[in-house]
Design a protein. Structure first.
Length: 245
C-alpha cells in the first residue's frame, strides 16, 4: 500500500512530530531544506516502527542546530569537522542532523574526504545501498513525497540488497559487513551484481583499521540474526579476509 503525505509520520508520537515540524520551520527561516533519510524511510516502507531520525540539511546543519538550541532550548552536540550535529529537544527526543555532502576516497578503504554544500540528490548518491538511498523531504505539514532516485523501494519490495556503483566495496569494505546484516535482518538477498562485486572488497579488508572491523563485528553481534549474517560472511569468504582462522 502506498504511503502518502502525513501518513509517513503517522506512527510517531505528537512530540516527535512537533520536533520535526519545529526543525522544518527553523530550516525554512534560514533558507534551508531538510529531509528524513536512510533507516527511517526504509523501515517505514517495511511496516516497521522507525527509530532512526537522521535528517539531511540542504545548507549548514551546524548553523541550523545552533539555531534550534537558541530558539527552542534542549541540548546540542556539534561535530563541526563532519558537518553534523545531534539536537536533543527539551522533551528528550533526539534528532541527528547532517549537511548534504559529497564524498571522495583517496585510496581503497580510506576514510572519505567530505565536501558539504551539496544537494539532497548528491547526498543520496554517496550512500551504501539503494534501500538506504531514499529520502522524505519535510514540510511543516508533513512529507513532500518520496525521493527514490535509485529504485530502493522496488528493491525493498523484492527483498534485495544492491550497491549503487561498482567500486562501492572497494571504497568502503565495511559495507561487506553491512550487506550481511541487512540480508540477515530482513531475510533479503544480494542482487547478482552486488554478489559478484564482493570479491573486489575482500582484498581491501586488510586496509581497514582493526577498530573499524571490530565496530562492524560488534554491530553484527547485536543483531537478532547475527549467526545468519556471520554464516553469509563465511560463505562469501569475507571472514578469512579478516583473519585466516
Amino acid at each position: 500500500t502506498a504511503v502518502q503525505g502525513s501518513d509517513w509520520l503517522a506512527p510517531l508520537d505528537e512530540a516527535r512530530r512537533n520536533g520535526l515540524r519545529a526543525i522544518c520551520l527553523r530550516a525554512g527561516a534560514l533558507g534551508m531544506r531538510v529531509a528524513l533519510v536512510g533507516g527511517f524511510v526504509r523501515d517505514r516502507l517495511l511496516g516497521l516502527a522507525p527509530d532512526d531520525f537522521d535528517l539531511i540539511v540542504e545548507g549548514d546543519a551546524t548553523t541550523l542546530s545552533r539555531d534550534l538550541e537558541a530558539s527552542l532550548g534542549g541540548a546540542l552536540r556539534v561535530h563541526r569537522p563532519f558537518g553534523t550535529a545531534t539536537w536533543q529537544a527539551s522533551d528528550g527526543h533526539t534528532f541527528d542532523l547532517a549537511s548534504a555532502r559529497r564524498e571522495t576516497y583517496a585510496a581503497p578503504a580510506a576514510l572519505p574526504t567530505v565536501t558539504t554544500g551539496s544537494s539532497l540528490l548528491e547526498d543520496l548518491a554517496r550512500r551504501d545501498f539503494s534501500i538506504n538511498a531514499m529520502a522524505l523531504p519535510l514540510t511543516t505539514e508533513g512529507v513532500d513525497g518520496l525521493l527514490d532516485p535509485f529504485d530502493g523501494r522496488q528493491d525493498l519490495a523484492t527483498g534485495t540488497v544492491r550497491v549503487l556503483h561498482p567500486l562501492s566495496f572497494v571504497d568502503d569494505p565495511t559495507r561487506l559487513f553491512r550487506a550481511a546484516r541487512y540480508v540477515a535482518r530482513y531475510d533479503f538477498k544480494l542482487d547478482p551484481t552486488t554478489s559478484a562485486l564482493i570479491g573486489s572488497g575482500i582484498g581491501h579488508l586488510r586496509d581497514l583499521s582493526g577498530d573499524r572491523i571490530r565496530h562492524e563485528l560488534a554491530l553484527m553481534a547485536a543483531e537478532p540474526a547475527a549467526a545468519t549474517a556471520m554464516a553469509l560472511l563465511a560463505e562469501q569468504t569475507v571472514l578469512p579476509g579478516v583473519h585466516p582462522a
